[in-house]
Design a protein around this ligand. Structure first.
Ligand SMILES: Nc1ncnc2c1ncn2[C@@H]1O[C@H](COP(=O)(O)OP(=O)(O)OP(=O)(O)O)[C@@H](O)[C@H]1O
Ligand code: SF4
Ligand SMILES: [Mg+2]
Length: 379
């Protein structure tokens, strides 16, 4: 069997303790997330086109119901399956209401009251989260999987200094003394600010700009050195310039720290240049999945084609350029409580076939590493 020469590079140690370097790879580095501090048996090499066999996150058939005001159950996420490898960035793209946030909240078992996972499996670093107890989940949330919220103004406590708020997350998970937690918080803030760490650490949220508050939230999310960060519309509340800065920061952190990312956006331009792979969601279902570059260059599903047609030219090079008003796909997504029979996209689909109203399409793999749910390709 061919061997793969590796060595461990322990310097500089930003947040992760060990990095795996492929010596065939002239300067490129593979990062190991916490829990993966040794080469995995059968582990692959991303640099040489062989993905690791063990996914960090393995989601299968995830099906979620939420409750209406009257208590009726509505299907919001249906049979969603995907993997995220250590260090990989996966994007979820879809219009408002397609189930992106519900999927993310389900991963952390943080569904709103009345919400429940009715079927499926969420395996994280070998542990099944669907059946985990609350104490186990509390250890994972914020420490091994963290969430960056959309609105930094709401996510931060207005009456507490931001350095303390980062330190509190570390204290809750590590139980170190307060001095050590504050030092670690300063280290986390230094990952996302180029200077003035003491001033920022002592500031209250209202003394910082929206972009600075979002940086604090990113520092907080990284403070316990998670293996996976979920960022749900992380730049939605920011102006175009600040949005571009935060996206550049997330990209830089991904490369420097090797943390896996689940990035959620309704805007294809936000995910361009950030995500390695993309899941396109419609009406609670994944309708297309594949490497971002290939999906963006040659989308298969009519819905993906419509979304990408609304992306301004050049937006993939300049994410902030996608901030303007985008031409919409005609019609609107169906109410999850009243889904049409057959393919949920059928009422809006320019390519509909006779079979499309009879049943939902099954998964088709038209080429390696790509999946699509559409009768045009079989199903
Ligand atoms: N707390 C809730 N109770 C009942 N229904 C909800 C609740 N939250 C969301 N929904 C419904 O679930 C569906 C999916 O919502 P979700 O927030 O996951 O979509 P999204 O893709 O994140 O949308 P957006 O881009 O607007 O954030 C929508 O139809 C929404 O109306
Ligand atoms: S299955 Fe039919 S209706 Fe649905 S996206 Fe494909 S062609 Fe359109
Ligand atoms: Mg959302």
């Amino acid at each position: 069997m061919a061997t793969h020469p590796v060595h461990f590079d322990l310097s500089p140690p930003p947040l992760h303790t060990a990095r795996l370097v492929c010596s065939l790879a002239s300067g490129k580095t593979l990062f190991l997330a916490p829990g993966f501090a040794e080469a995995q048996p059968g582990g692959g090499c991303l640099l040489h086109g062989r993905p690791p066999q063990a996914a960090l996150l393995r989601v299968r058939d995830l099906t979620v119901q939420l409750a209406t005001d009257t208590g009726a159950a509505i299907p919001v996420v249906e049979a969603v399956s995907f993997d995220i490898a250590a260090g990989e960035a996966v994007g979820i793209l879809g219009e408002s209401g397609c189930g992106k946030t519900t999927t993310a909240l389900a991963l952390l078992r943080l569904l709103p009251p009345g919400g429940k996972i009715v079927r499926g499996s969420i395996e994280f670093a070998g542990r099944e989260l669907v059946t985990s107890g609350e104490r186990e989940l509390e250890k994972i949330r914020g420490a091994e999987i963290s969430l960056i919220f959309q609105e930094p103004g709401i996510a931060l406590h207005p009456m507490r200094r931001v350095g303390d708020q980062v330190g509190e997350v570390i204290h809750a998970h590590r139980g170190w003394n307060w001095k050590r937690c504050r030092e670690e918080a300063a280290t986390a803030l230094a990952q996302v600010f180029s200077g003035e760490i003491s001033r920022i650490s002592e500031a209250y949220p209202h003394q910082l700009s929206g972009g600075q508050r979002q940086r604090v939230l990113i520092a907080q999310a990284l403070a316990c050195r998670p293996a996976l960060v979920i960022a749900d519309e992380p730049t939605a509340s920011l102006d175009a310039t600040t949005q571009a800065e935060i996206l550049a920061l997330i990209k830089d952190l991904k490369l420097r720290l090797g943390v896996a990312l689940l990035l959620i956006s309704h805007n294809p331009a936000i995910l361009a240049g950030l995500a390695d792979r993309i899941l396109v969601m419609y009406s609670g279902r994944v309708v297309e999945e594949g490497p971002l570059e290939r999906v963006y260059r040659a989308p298969l599903h009519p819905y993906t084609k419509g979304l990408l047609a609304s992306m301004p030219r050049g937006a993939s090079e300049s994410p902030a350029a996608g901030k303007g008003k985008l031409p919409a796909i005609s019609g609107s997504p169906p109410d999850p409580a009243r889904l049409p029979p057959g393919c949920p996209f059928e009422p809006r689909c320019p390519d509909r076939l006779a079979i499309c109203t009879t049943r939902g399409p099954a998964e088709v793999q038209p080429e390696a590493a790509r999946r699509v749910w559409c009768f045009k390709y079989g199903g």
